[in-house]
Design a protein around this ligand. Structure first.
Ligand SMILES: Cc1cc2nc3c(=O)[nH]c(=O)nc-3n(C[C@H](O)[C@H](O)[C@H](O)COP(=O)(O)O)c2cc1C
Length: 188
């Protein structure tokens, strides 16, 4: 009986590995991780534009698309922000960053829409071999003001997050967050 259970578990795990290997989207989703250390290799402008395109492909409430994206390659601004912004030290090492901004006057969903865009950017970065991490602006007024003033983001736009980007330095592994006990079927 015990042997049978083990065999079934091994087969299930082999099956999901096979599905992942055959599905590049799932492979990217499961491989994504926050990368906070980068090499000196520059990131091509076209790749940064590609990441923003992936951001703009995200869904938005009522299709309002209440966003603007800022591509940053100015190392001085990034270094300055890396000391001013809490939990964003890695920005000093990054080759570039994308600031995802939203307009609260265009949509009440702005921070949700911009979050979907930010996640698309993180996944697109992973899929082309880049490393990236979400650093928070929203919901902290002080952090959003700091980011807005560093990059000249006009009112009423609010910077949801800054995503530092570069080629990963060292090996970083995705965390396994799967917890079956967090899944409820039909009724909690
Ligand atoms: C809303 C949000 C805010 C975050 N803010 C920061 C941040 O300010 N600095 C940072 O280093 N990481 C930040 N992260 C990244 C998380 O720390 C990271 O996603 C989490 O530890 C899980 O690790 P993983 O991304 O490798 O799966 C943020 C992530 C989210 C979704």
């Amino acid at each position: 009986m015990f042997k049978k259970v083990i065999i079934v578990l091994v087969l299930i795990s082999m099956q999901s590995t096979l599905i992942m290997a055959q599905n590049p989207t799932l492979e990217t989703i499961f491989a994504r991780k926050s990368v906070r250390s980068y090499t000196d290799q520059p990131v091509a402008h076209e790749d940064l534009v590609l990441l923003v395109k992936a951001g703009m492909a995200a869904p938005t409430g009522m299709n309002r698309q209440p966003w603007e994206f800022l591509i940053v390659t100015d190392k001085d601004i990034m270094a300055d922000l890396s000391v001013k912004l809490p939990y964003a030290r890695m920005m000093k090492e990054a080759q570039a960053a994308i600031v995802v901004c939203g307009n609260p006057e265009t949509s009440v969903y702005w921070f949700l829409d911009c979050s979907a865009a930010a996640q698309n950017i993180l996944l697109a970065a992973e899929s082309i071999g880049l490393g990236a991490v979400w650093t928070a602006g929203y919901p902290y007024e002080e952090r959003m003001d700091l980011i807005a003033s560093a990059f000249g983001v006009p009112k009423p736009y609010r910077p949801l997050c800054v995503i530092p980007i570069g080629y990963p330095k060292g090996e970083q592994n995705p965390k396994d967050k799967w917890k079956e006990e967090k899944v409820h079927i039909n009724k909690w």
